[in-house]
Design a protein around this ligand. Structure first.
Ligand code: PGA
Length: 252
């Protein structure tokens, strides 16, 4: 996979089955009838939507992904969903390590590494989410924290890395209405590329898509997307309204 422009919607724990079908249909119709600038559109709804939305998006370029994946093949893990279950219904993407999962469900860089590995093994593209908290930024630890989070990718081959997407989401910008400035975000994206260049090589670092996430809205998307190292966005709140989501996707 080479670097792409990507608008990815993370629905989090929002939308009933019927509401989700309605939102997805609006997104599909708008993406089909409006001038879209070549952006790849991905949606990450809760599990209950996946099977029907994969079908609903057939014949379009819109990809459907899970918000989480289990790191084991199968077994006695009540409440969990495996990689082969996801591929059996046509899911080709998953988020891994979103900050809310790190915060509320104890996900660590180690568990993320295992999830990335099983996703890739099953042909699922992981969108690996990283980013520092406010306290970490204020204590100037943000670059180091992100480096540690990137260590979850260290066991991958270059070919496997090429099938990953990274989402840099500073925790202080998620759902707060505070966005990192385009310069702040680009500075971290460039840092991520330089760390990956050291871990793999320059071509791998240049080839990977790095999304920014954290209060992306139609009115700040253009300035973020104009930055050289920002390839798109992982969008929470604004992805729940079709007009806003599509307007962001049109901001490249
Ligand atoms: P937000 O969420 O756009 O609502 O800030 C982004 C995310 O958590 O992925």
């Amino acid at each position: 996979m080479s670097r792409k422009k990507i608008a990815a919607g993370n629905w989090k724990m929002h939308k009933t089955f019927q509401e989700g079908q309605g939102l997805a249909q609006e997104i599909r119709t708008m993406a089909n009838t409006e001038v879209m600038n070549g952006a790849t559109i991905l949606i990450f709804p809760p599990y209950i939507h996946l099977q029907s939305l994969v079908r609903q998006m057939e014949g379009s370029d819109i990809g459907v992904g899970a918000q989480n994946i289990h790191d084991k093949e199968q077994g006695a893990y009540t409440g969990e969903v495996s990689a082969s279950m996801l591929t059996s219904i046509g899911v080709r993407y998953t988020l891994v390590g979103h900050s809310e999962r790190r915060q509320y469900y104890n996900e660590t860089n180690e568990s993320c590494a295992a999830k990335i590995s099983i996703a890739l093994k099953h042909g699922i593209i992981p969108v690996y989410c990283i980013g520092e908290t406010l306290a970490e930024r204020e204590s100037q630890a943000h670059f180091k924290i992100v480096e540690q989070q990137l260590s979850a990718l260290s066991g991958l081959s270059r070919e496997q890395l090429a099938n990953c997407i990274i989402a840099y989401e500073p925790v202080w910008a998620i759902g707060t209405g505070v966005t990192a400035s385009a310069e702040q975000a680009n500075e971290m994206h460039a840092h991520i590329r330089s760390v990956l260049s050291g871990m793999f090589d320059e071509a791998s670092a240049e080839g990977i898509s790095i999304l920014y996430g954290g209060s992306v809205k139609p009115d700040n998307a253009k300035s973020l997307f104009s930055m050289p190292d920002i390839d798109g966005a992982l969008i929470g709140g604004a992805s729940l309204a079709s007009r806003d989501f599509i307007d962001i996707a049109k901001s490249f």
